[in-house]
Structures are given as C-alpha cells and as structure tokens.
Design a protein around this ligand. Structure first.
Ligand code: FUB
Length: 330
C-alpha cells in the first residue's frame, strides 16, 4: 500500500473510530540539520495535524484523506521546550483528549493533554504536564466499563531507563541509548496508569506492566531484544482478551502480548509486522466496519531517511485461535 499522506511526512499513527470515521493522530516529521544519533535528537517535531478518512478501502486506489491542519504546536504549550513525539487521542463524556509527549524546559520527557470539543480539534492544552507522567509514547484505552488507561514508555531517547529507582526519581546517568542488560536481568516494562473521570490526571499509581515469556512464565529478559518492550505501546481488545502491542526498537519488530486484564500481566504472543524500511516502527490497531486495520509508518516516501516517515495502513487478521497473523511490509 502506498503512503496514505504524501504532502507531509507523518509517523506514529494513532488511529481511532470516532462518529463512524477513522481519525489519525500522527507525529508530524520535518526536515532538520540535526545529525542522526541513537538518542533520537533528529526527531525534532514541532506540531500536530489531525487526519480523517470516511472509508478504508482495500482496493487499488488509496483512500482519500482529509488534513484538518495544525491542531497543536510547541508554542501553545507553556511547559514544552521541543520534540512533540508520538501522540494519541481518546473521547469520553463528549470531549476529545489529545495526549502528547514532549521535552520540558529541563529536557525531560513528560506527557501533556489537550482538550477539544471535536475529534479534529482544536485542542487547548492543560498548562502543566500530567502529574507523575514521564517518558514517551502515550496510548489511551477506554474499556467497556468506561475506565480509561494511559500506557506509555520508551527506551533510550525516550528515557524510560532513567526511572529504575522510582517513577519520580529521574536518574540522568542513564540518559542516552542505554538500557539494562546482563544474564538473568529482566527487561524494563512499559507503564500504565488509570485516568481520572475527567481524563486529565492519573487516578491511581502508575505501575509497570509485566510481559511474560510463555516458555518460562517469567518476565522477558533485558537481552532478548527480539521480544522486549522498547516503545510504541498500544492496546486493543477482542472477545474479552486484551492485546498489548509494542515495538522492539533496535530489532524493528512490532510484537504483541495478551492478557485478561487491561493492566496485565501479558504473555508474549508473537509478531505483528516484520521490519519496515527505516529505524523506527510504530503503529496502532483499530477495528473499523468489522475489519481489523494496522496503521504504521515507514520511510519509503523519503527514500529511507529515518526521521522522515509516512503513515500506511494494512489489514490484519486473526487466526482461529485469536492469534494475530504476522504481516510483511509492502
Ligand atoms: O516519532 C518519535 C519517536 O520515534 C516515537 O515517539 C517513537 O515511538 C518512534 O517512532
């Protein structure tokens, strides 16, 4: 499938069905002179656009996408210094919420929320980041009982490894492309917090999600880079099973793990997408008109420039046991 959006570079697509339309909340990649490094400094984004689609056709011609323009930018948010990374959105009680990570004035990633009356914005940011938020890649999930959860976290440039001593203890000595390693050392897990009814704060303590190895029942090991969580958390649910999906970062897979609770534990279940062109891989999964869709990105449009990515969409399938069939990039 060709890139969905060609007039801008877009990445990290969080797709949702609101009012029987698909809305995509992606990062907006831009050209920069910043040299590529493993801290992700070259991902220097400064605003967000929202896109919508009325249909998702599997046919030869790509679906038509509406660009609703800039809905939030760095200058709108008093606590942000730079790097508006992968966002997500949710709706509850007739309002729409845009969650976004960015570096604060001290260079530490936090997660903010902006509120709107329509899925396409405009969104008005809260003046401060969400209390107790840190790291990157927020993903929301509103369960059938109305409880809302915020998943987040990302290694290396995403700073997740800087909180090994506690969620409120940032250890700068772990900054950069670092993560735990060594025999018997467990991988760091992503984080989850339940949201308050107004969707603006954490209602309860933020806790680590456990991703278990099906063979041992133990947490995935830190050196297992083919399966350990790196970034790009996403949650969807099918027939009472919670599917937690994520990127493995430096091994470039989209993987998933399943469980019976929105906060885990989850057991590793396999790959969703083999590596795409480009370093990062990041996605969302959404059911639309009874079919399952994977939104993701690659660097085809930019000819392989890692920080100039483009959103694509692909149909996903479950097998008879509810396992996701692994897809290859096109
Ligand atoms: O877009 C910036 C970062 O790249 C995202 O936050 C990560 O998930 C990776 O896609």
């Amino acid at each position: 499938m060709a890139p969905l959006i060609k007039h801008l570079y877009t990445a990290d697509p969080s797709a949702h069905v609101f009012n029987d339309k698909i809305y995509i909340y992606p990062s907006h990649d831009r050209e920069t002179d910043i040299k590529f490094n493993d801290n992700g400094d070259q991902y220097d984004m400064a605003d967000y656009h929202v896109f919508s689609l009325d249909t998702l056709d599997d046919g030869d011609s790509p679906p038509e996408v509406t660009d609703h323009g800039v809905v939030l930018k760095t200058e709108d948010v008093p606590w942000v210094s730079k790097q508006l990374w992968a966002p997500d959105a949710a709706t509850k009680n007739g309002k729409y919420y845009l969650y976004f990570p960015a570096r604060d004035k001290k260079g530490i990633f936090r997660i903010g929320v902006a509120v709107g009356d329509a899925p396409e914005g405009p969104f008005v940011p809260e003046p401060e980041p969400i209390n107790g938020s840190f790291s990157i890649d927020p993903a929301t999930f509103v369960d059938d009982d109305g409880s809302a959860y915020l998943y987040f976290g990302g290694l290396w440039g995403g700073q997740l490894q800087c909180y090994q001593k506690g969620n409120d203890l940032f250890d700068a000595s772990w900054s950069g492309p670092k993560e735990p390693s060594g025999e018997g050392v467990y991988a760091l897990g992503p984080k989850v917090g339940k949201l308050t009814d107004d969707m603006l704060q954490f209602d309860s303590e933020v806790r680590e999600i456990e991703i278990l190895d099906p063979a041992t029942g133990e947490k995935i090991l830190a050196d297992d880079h083919d399966r350990r969580f790196f970034e790009a958390a996403w949650m969807h649910k099918k027939d009472g099973t919670y599917y937690f999906s994520y990127s493995t970062g430096d091994t470039h897979y989209l993987c998933y793990a399943t469980g019976s609770s929105p906060t885990g534990p989850f057991t590793y279940a396999g790959r969703i997408l083999e590596p795409v062109l480009g370093w990062t891989t990041h996605h969302s999964i959404v059911e639309f008109r009874r079919r399952l869709w994977l939104f993701h990105h690659d660097c085809e449009l930019s000819g392989g420039v890692d920080h100039l990515r483009s959103v694509k969409v692909k149909e996903l399938f479950y097998d008879k046991d509810g396992k996701i069939v692994t897809e290859k990039p096109e």
